[in-house]
Design a protein around this ligand. Structure first.
Ligand code: AMP
Length: 249
């Protein structure tokens, strides 16, 4: 069955913010693209925006590069300002998928404030659904070391589990696939440490606020996607009140 066939217009208009949590390599980027296609809301990957700034040599890119090269997190203030600029764009008004943000409790608190002040009240009257992709450590390593990305269309492959039809070549547009600079073994180890130290506490943060939905990310990609869609739709359709017009709120 075409999974998209089940997506009604009502679901689409109520999706609101979707936050994807999980360690580096948990599949957030791959799933974000499928969620984007299904619900018509944009994927906001802080890693992609930062890499784009590094490639263009912007002020932000220059500041972020040293942290990214070492596998460390970029300081909260830089990332939060960048996210605020992106979320204020009109395509985010009905919802958006945050992929790789928040990554610290301070970012999560900042985001709650922004959503409350700018989105719940004015634009997007639904609370965020937070989906956590759980994947075992060995599987994460395999995914990160095997990851290849198309520099043109952004499609993600894995040499072990989802190889392209022709080695090192994108199936969609024929571009030569690249390995991310921070997918080298030393940097991967640092990124996983940063995740455990700084990002893992977010699981508790969102659990305590009854917003967390767990998805087993260790299954075949289609099953992970089906679980993620179910989690989002349960929240978006059943778990949330209909938006109240401002005049009656
Ligand atoms: P990603 O593509 O999500 O794995 O991110 C790549 C790198 O960008 C990370 O290792 C961090 O250096 C930086 N980064 C991405 N998102 C954030 C964030 N929310 N906070 C701080 N640093 C980030």
């Amino acid at each position: 069955m075409d999974r998209r066939a089940g997506t009604t217009a009502a679901v689409k208009t109520k999706i609101g913010p979707v936050i994807l949590l999980g360690a580096p390599g948990a599949g957030k980027g791959t799933q974000a693209k499928l969620i984007m296609q299904r619900y018509g809301i944009p994927q906001i990957s802080t890693g992609d925006i930062l890499r784009d700034n590094v490639a263009r040599g912007t002020e932000l890119g220059k500041k972020a590069k040293a942290f990214m090269d070492k596998g460390e997190l970029v300081p909260d203030q830089l990332v939060c300002d960048m996210v605020a600029d992106r979320l204020r764009q009109p395509d985010c008004a009905q919802g958006f998928i945050l992929d790789g943000f928040p990554r610290t409790v301070a970012q999560a608190e900042w985001l709650d404030g922004l959503l409350k002040d700018e989105f719940f009240e004015k634009r997007c009257a639904v609370p965020p659904v937070v989906v956590n992709f759980q994947v075992g450590y060995n599987q994460l390593l395999r995914r990160l070391t095997g990851r290849r990305t198309c520099p043109t269309c952004g499609r993600i492959y894995n040499v072990y589990s989802q190889p392209p039809r022709v080695a090192d070549t994108c199936d969609v547009d024929g571009s030569k696939l690249v390995t991310r600079k921070d997918d080298s073994e030393e940097v991967i180890a640092e990124r996983l440490k940063a995740y455990e130290r700084q990002t893992l506490p977010l699981i508790d943060y969102y659990r305590r606020r009854a917003r967390l939905r767990e998805v087993n990310g260790d299954q075949v990609p289609d099953k992970v996607t089906a679980e993620a869609f179910r989690a989002i739709e349960i929240e978006a359709v059943a778990g949330r009140p209909s938006p109240v017009p401002k005049s009656r709120a």
